[in-house]
Design a protein around this ligand. Sequence first.
Ligand code: OVM
Length: 408
Amino acid sequence: MNPDTRAVSTRELPAGTPVIDADPFAEDVLAAPYKLHAEMREAGPLVWLSKYGIWASARHRECADVLKDYETFCSSAGVGLANFKTEPPFRPPSLVLETDPPEHTRARTALARALSQKAVTALQSEFEAQADQLIDRLLQQRDIDGVADIAIAYPLKVFPDAVGLNEEGRENLLAYGNLVFNVFGPDNRLRREALAISAEVGEWIMRHCERGALSLGGIGDDLYQAADQGLITAEEAGLLVRSLLTAGIDTTVGGIGNALYCFAQHPEQWDLLRRDPGQAKHAFEEVLRFEAPVQTFFRTSAKATELAGTAIAENEKILLFLGAGNRDPRRWPDADQFDITRRPSGHLAFGTGIHRCVGQRVAQMEGEIILRKLAERVERLEQTGPAIHRLNNTLRNLDSLPLRLHGA
Ligand code: OVM
């Protein structure tokens, strides 16, 4: 059934349930979501979204509690609005994102090995060299687009290189991530446009997940070696490469773009980072708290349960506003303030629990390196035009950020 037109108003809600009629996936809300986030957060720990007939939470505690209780709130029915038990998924489900234990555990183990601290540390010097080269070029250019020239250019070079892909057709990686994250949302324009290109882009992606498309010694090859060792099948290795290519690009593009946006908008915070570029890792975490690239994920109740005193039936969707939880004043003082001196740990931008981002060390390294090197070499990030957001049902991402780089 079309999730937009489900007859939901008839459901009998527990007495006192806060009802939100606004559509969090409306385009004006996606462009500026934080006002509605605050409304939902203040309405209660758990709210009912009447437009979709689902539960939602915009508070830090409840989002974290749901993510940690993977037995009650499962992922195998999909982590978007569509319920895989009643609507067939648009692509074979992810072996790691859209599964529960015990299936999840094996896939996760293979990915965690390929993305271990040791594997990530081995990438560091190349990631640093690529950042240096990029910044050399951009300081000559001076007037740049922070999104195209840094937030896209850097991750789209270093991460597919690390996975083992060749250079050709990498724009398909951006298109694919963008479309998968749109498909998590309701049946709106963004989702329909994503589905319209999913066959063609998906076919390109699947071809590049094959063993023959991946260079030896890369992260992708490591997953096929796990198949050689019998930990997973070769077919599973291909689908796990697909997970890397789905989750590993648009998310880090968003993180780096949002970082440039935060610092362009808060020059006093850039001055603080410039005084101690060693704080770049910490500062990137504050960016992720403040402007989480992945704003939302859903779970589905695997059994009847209770959350924050409210009864939830079996097989109901619950939408978790991670980006709103990250600005919950119950968890952080002055939560709506971008402040790199605060303690941002505990933010939900990587999720939490058994599905917490398995690639987070790669993402953190990309963000840390690019911010540290920019802070060492750029005195001022002057915003020379309007920041334009790229609307997506899940991601908070920029499309354009005109900048003038003032060399130090
Ligand atoms: C996957 C996948 C897709 C989207 C997001 C994600 C943030 C994972 O295909 O496994 O994690």
